[in-house]
Design a binder for this molecule. Sequence first.
Ligand SMILES: Cc1cc2nc3c(=O)[nH]c(=O)nc-3n(C[C@H](O)[C@H](O)[C@H](O)COP(=O)(O)OP(=O)(O)OC[C@H]3O[C@@H](n4cnc5c(N)ncnc54)[C@H](O)[C@@H]3O)c2cc1C
Length: 399
Amino acid sequence: MDFRITEEQERLRQRCLDLAADFATRSDAHDRDASHPVENYDRLRAEGFLALTIARSFGGLGFDFLSHTLAYEALGQGCPATALAFNMHASVVMPLMQSPEVTPEAKQYVADLVVRRGKMIGGNFSEPGTTSLMGERPLTVRARPVEGGYSITGRKMFASMLEATDYVLVMAYPEDATSPTAGMLLLVPRGAPGRSVNANWDTLGMRATRSDSLVLDDCRVPDSAVLYRSDDTRPFRLAFLNWFWGSYTAVYLGLAVAAYDEIRRVVKHRQPQGYAQPLACHPDVRRHIATMSASLEAARFCTYHSAWLSDTQGATPETTAALYRAKYLVGEAVSSITRTALTLGGAHGIFKGSRLEQLFRDGALAEIQPPPADFCLWNVGIYELGLDPADLMPPLRGL
Ligand SMILES: Cc1cc2nc3c(=O)[nH]c(=O)nc-3n(C[C@H](O)[C@H](O)[C@H](O)COP(=O)(O)OP(=O)(O)OC[C@H]3O[C@@H](n4cnc5c(N)ncnc54)[C@H](O)[C@@H]3O)c2cc1C
C-alpha cells in the first residue's frame, strides 16, 4: 500500500474545511427547520464542486475518488446534511460519466448540463419497498414509451435535496422489458408535468437533506432524457459501488471528526465548580478521548485505503470488500464517538441547538445509511471466506 496525499489534494481539503466552517454557522438552523441549505449548495456550485470529479476531457476538474473522499470528509465536518445531500450529485453523475454502458452522446449531454450550464442533479433509485436484504431491487415505477419520449408513473422515496436540484435522475422499469433485472435512468426536470413531491422528510437526523418522496403520475419526458438502459442493471451498480454508496462514507467520517473535535473543545474548556482543572484532565475523560481517537483513525485509514484501491484497481472484489469494510467501520466509529461525546458533554449538551445533540442525531443514521452495517458485514464475510453468494441460503424465506 502506497498512497500519499498530494499538495493539490491538501489544498482541496483546506478549501473544503473553509467552506465547512461557513456551513457550520447555519447547520443548526437548517436542522431545526428541516430546510434545504440552498446557500450552501449555491456556494458549492459557484466554487466548481458540481464538476469536481468530472474528467478534464469533458471540461471538469478531474479529481479522483480519493480526492473526493478527502473533500467530503472535510465538508461533512461543517454541515453533515449539506455534504450528504450534495454528494448525491456526484454519486449519480459519475457512474454515468464513467460507465462504458453509457453512450458518448449521453455523457456529452450530462457534461453540457453540469459543466457548461451549472445544473445540479439529484438521484432517486429508492422506492417505498426498496431493501438491501435482497440481491436485487424489484422496481415498481414504470416508464412507458409514448410518442417522442416516455411516460413515468409510480412513487419513489428518500430523494435527497429533491426540491433544490434542477433535475432528478430516476431509476424506472421499462414497461416493454422482459427481464426482472432491467432498468433505465431518466432525467426528470424540476418542472416536468406529472411530477410532484410528498414532503414527508421529518426525521430524527440529517433533516436538512430533505430526502422527500417523489410522485410521478404520467410524467412526460423526451427520448433525450434516457441516459442509460439495460436488461440487467446489476453490473452497472456493482461497477460503481464507489460512487453509488462509497462516496457517502466520507461524509459520515467527517461527522465523526466534528463530534470528536467538539467534545475535545468542551472538555478542555469546562472547569467544574470547586476544581482547579478542566474536565480534560480527568483520567476517565482522557481514556475516552484516546479510544475515540483510535476508532476514528482506524475508520479514516480504511476509508482512504478503499478510495485509493478504487482509483488504482477499479471495481475489483478487493476494492468492493474494502468499500464495505470502510462503511462498516465508519458507521461503528460514528455511533460510538457521537454517543460517548454526548455522555461526556453531560446534560449541558442535550439541549436543542447544541452541536453535540445535533451530531448525535445525524450520526444515528450512519449505520442505517446504505449500505447498512449488517449488509456490509454480509458482503465482507463472503469475500473473506471466498464464497460464492449463489451457494448461500437466503436470510429470510421468500414469497
Ligand atoms: C439520509 C438518507 C438519504 C437518502 N437519500 C437517498 C437518495 O437521495 N436517493 C435514493 O434513491 N435513496 C436515498 N436513500 C435511501 C436508501 O438508499 C435506501 O433505499 C433506503 O434506506 C432503504 O430503506 P431501509 O433502510 O429501510 O431498507 P433495508 O435495506 O431493508 O433495511 C432494513 C433493515 O434490514 C437490514 N438489512 C438490510 N440488508 C441486510 C443484509 N444483507 N443482512 C442483514 N441485514 C440487512 C438493515 O440493516 C435494516 O436493519 C437515503 C437514505 C438515507 C438514510
